[in-house]
Design a protein around this ligand. Structure first.
Ligand SMILES: NC(=O)c1ccc[n+]([C@@H]2O[C@H](COP(=O)([O-])OP(=O)(O)OC[C@H]3O[C@@H](n4cnc5c(N)ncnc54)[C@H](O)[C@@H]3O)[C@@H](O)[C@H]2O)c1
Length: 340
């Protein structure tokens, strides 16, 4: 009986200790989250590199969230292109969010955006750099290595790369900066797509990672956490799926039309794989898959999943890149997809 009571007492003590631990853990998590939220909320300036499709979108959602944005590119023409993309897109958002004062809404957002072709000056006083330039490892590495010498010590660096390793992009920066380096992977079109993959390398500090998660929420997005692996979450699953759909056609298993219908009606996908391939661009998908071959050799992704397909290579060679070129798996020359 005594022994039983003592066991009960020990169990009660253990339960009480566990409760204290749980509360301590909750407090420590909430204090980390609170600091990160405070840091994200107090950010004032963001510098976006690349005024193309993605950079323009990232600049727009940042400006809409009240951040002062410097949009940076290599030529004035590219910046003009970016500003035009933003103007059209903000007008669409204004129509929905502030239909009574479209001009007021648009002006307020545009007032938060300035442009620059001077990369060093553009980061001198910024809290965050988001890079959305062309998908080339060396070009990205060189840009970040230069920015590392120009930005404040605590400026966070982020890349929007779709297919490169964040850790490799950061490699030419100082060790200290590499702890403040992460991936912020937005989706196209940025103003409409809710998801952001926040990617951490083994060197990314917890505070920087948490701050970027909180910042994504401030930008009106839903963040997901991910390690620095080929394709992160979405492309890691999507690219092998798209390639296997092409292989099905190559093997004569089914037609693109039937596969698209099957995946829409059978799996509830909003687009079939061939409609999606034409939307993304066959060249883009092929480029991502080819880039992963070296990752497969390193054992980071199974080679069979991402082996290039002859059919897609042939279409890319013929200039059939999808919607943007007027034809891909389907023909768009009449304005509507011809699925003949
Ligand atoms: N397009 C997509 O659907 C998509 C989706 C998610 C992520 N991404 C990634 O976003 C990045 C940009 O893609 P995009 O589709 O916007 O490309 P894009 O070709 O539309 O724009 C790239 C811009 O970067 C500029 N640029 C090139 N080198 C530069 C430099 N050194 N400094 C400043 N600007 C420079 C170019 O002039 C161009 O304006 C890529 O890394 C891509 O993988 C693209």
């Amino acid at each position: 009986m005594l022994a039983a009571r003592s066991v009960l007492r020990t169990q009660a003590q253990l339960a009480s200790a566990a409760r204290v631990n749980t509360v301590a853990r909750a407090l420590s998590t909430s204090s980390v989250a609170y600091d990160a939220k405070q840091r994200a909320d107090s950010m004032q300036r963001v510098t976006v590199f690349g005024a193309g499709l993605m950079g323009a979108g990232i600049a727009q959602v940042s400006a809409q969230a009240g951040l002062k944005v410097t949009l940076t590119d290599v030529t004035d023409k590219a910046l003009e292109n970016g500003i035009n993309i933003i103007k059209k897109s903000v007008a669409r958002v204004a129509k929905k969010q502030q239909p009574d004062d479209i001009e007021g809404f648009t002006n307020k957002v545009l007032q938060n955006i300035s442009t620059s072709t001077d990369a060093g000056a553009a980061v001198a006083d910024t809290d965050l750099v988001v890079e959305a330039i062309l998908e080339n490892l060396k070009v990205k590495q060189d840009l970040f290595a230069f920015l590392d010498t120009k930005a404040k010590k605590d400026t966070i660096f982020a890349s929007n790369t779709s297919s490169l390793s964040i850790g490799e992009i950061a490699l030419k920066c100082s060790e200290e900066r590499q702890t403040q380096f992460a991936g912020l992977h937005f989706f196209n079109p940025v103003p409409a797509m809710k998801l952001v993959e926040v990617v951490r390398t083994p060197k990314t500090s917890q505070e920087v990672f948490d701050t970027l998660l909180e910042l994504s929420v401030r930008l009106g997005k839903v963040p997901v956490k991910c390690k620095d692996m080929p394709g992160f979450i979405v492309n890691r699953l999507l690219v092998p799926y798209l390639l296997e759909a092409v292989r099905m056609v190559e093997r004569g298993d089914a037609t693109p039309e039937d596969i698209d219908i099957a995946m829409k009606l059978g799996a509830g996908y909003p687009m079939g794989p061939f409609e999606l391939l034409d939307f993304i661009g066959l060249d883009t998908t092929q480029f991502i898959a080819q880039g992963w071959i070296t990752k497969a050799e390193e054992g980071l992704v199974p080679l069979d999943l991402i082996k290039p397909t002859d059919l897609m290579a042939k279409l890319v060679e013929q200039g059939k890149l999808g919607r943007k070129s007027g034809a891909g798996f389907y023909d768009y020359s009449s304005g509507k997809p011809n699925k003949g």
